[in-house]
Design a binder for this molecule. Structure first.
Ligand code: ATP
Ligand code: MG
Length: 158
C-alpha cells in the first residue's frame, strides 16, 4: 500500500526533534502539504532516514540547522537532508557509502559508529529502485539526496 512520504517524514522528524533540541539543532521542513505517495517498506525506509538524520546530527555543531526537503519531480520523489556540519572532503565523498568506511579514523573515533549506516541505506534505496548520493563542501556542510519512484494514486482511491 502506498504511503504519503511527506507525512512519513514529518513523523520521523517529530521523533528526532526532542533530542535535537538538546544540541540546539533546529529542523527546517520543506515538505509539501499535498500528499505525495510512494510504495515503501516503512521499516526499511525508517532505517535509511534515521541513519541519515543521525549522521547530520552527529556531524553538526551546536546551533546548526538541518533542512529536510521533499520534492516531486515527474515520476520521482527526491528527499534531501542538509546539514551545516563539518562536511566531507571531496576525495571521500564517493566512499562514504562503502561498508565500514569512515572519514578520517581519528575524527570518526570521537563520534560513535561502525561505518555501516550509509552502506545499508544505499542497499535499501536501491532495493526501492531509487538512487542515493552526497554533495558536500568540506567545512560548510553536507546534503544527502535520495530518490524514490513516485506512486500515482488512482483518482478513485484518493
Ligand atoms: P553508523 O551509521 O554505522 O553508526 P557512521 O555514522 O560512522 O556509523 P555511516 O553512516 O555509514 O557510518 O557514514 C560513513 C561516514 O561518512 C561517517 O563515519 C562520516 O565520516 C561520514 N559522514 C556521513 N554523514 C556525514 C555528514 N552528514 N557530515 C559529515 N560526515 C558524514
Ligand atoms: Mg551513520
Amino acid at each position: 500500500e502506498p504511503i504519503d512520504l511527506g507525512l512519513f517524514l514529518h513523523d520521523i522528524i517529530d521523533r528526532f526533534e526532542m533530542i535535537a533540541q538538546e544540541k540546539h539543532i533546529t529542523f527546517k521542513r520543506k515538505i509539501p502539504s499535498k500528499p505525495t505517495y510512494a510504495k515503501i517498506a516503512t521499516d526499511k525506509m525508517t532505517q535509511v532516514i534515521d541513519n541519515v538524520i543521525s549522521n547530520a546530527m552527529k556531524y553538526s555543531p551546536e546551533g546548526g540547522n538541518i533542512t529536510i526537503a521533499l520534492l516531486h519531480q515527474g515520476h520521482q520523489l527526491q528527499v534531501s537532508i542538509k546539514d551545516e556540519g563539518m562536511g566531507i572532503p571531496r576525495e571521500s565523498q564517493g566512499k562514504i557509502f562503502d561498508r565500514f568506511y569512515r572519514v578520517d579514523k581519528a575524527r570518526a573515533r570521537s563520534v560513535g559508529g561502525t561505518g555501516l549506516g550509509l552502506a545499508i541505506a544505499k542497499e535499501l534505496i536501491h532495493a526501492h529502485k531509487g538512487e542515493i548520493w552526497a554533495e558536500s563542501e568540506y567545512g560548510k556542510g553536507t546534503t544527502i539526496f535520495f530518490t524514490l519512484p513516485y506512486y500515482a494514486m488512482k483518482e478513485d482511491e484518493r
